[in-house]
Design a protein around this ligand. Structure first.
Ligand SMILES: [Zn+2]
Length: 118
């Protein structure tokens, strides 16, 4: 079975992302490392820096840009609703991603966003 790139990435991140929460336990929801909360509502892959809104009017190939490991976090539904859209979370997540992937990779990803509309 061939999964689309987004589903593939989600499965990969579900498999590989584990964070130490504020409670000292290991969690699949990355929000546990940001703030203590009760996870609920399932685990989802969410875009952090560039969202669907940013690529809505772009050609199909550019739409894929948001499906990138630097841009995507694994969060529970509850965390995403309460903190996922806050600037504080985005800033924190950028710091986390710089630690994981290095400044160069994060800077390159953020800078190369396809802005030219077809
Ligand atoms: Zn959670």
């Amino acid at each position: 079975m061939k999964l689309n790139p987004r589903k593939e990435l989600k499965l990969e991140l579900l498999d590989t992302r584990r964070v130490k929460g504020k409670d000292g336990e290991i969690h699949a929801c990355e929000g546990q490392a940001f703030t203590r909360h009760v996870c609920s509502g399932g685990l989802h892959m969410n875009e952090v820096f560039y969202t669907r809104g940013h690529v809505m009017k772009m050609p199909a190939k550019d739409k894929q840009y948001i499906n990138h490991e630097i841009n995507c976090s694994i969060l529970c539904g509850s965390f995403h609703t309460n903190w996922g859209h806050s600037r504080k979370f985005r800033e924190w997540y950028e710091y986390i991603q710089r630690g994981r992937y290095g400044n160069h990779a994060v800077d390159t990803y953020l800078a190369e966003f396809p802005t030219k509309l077809a």
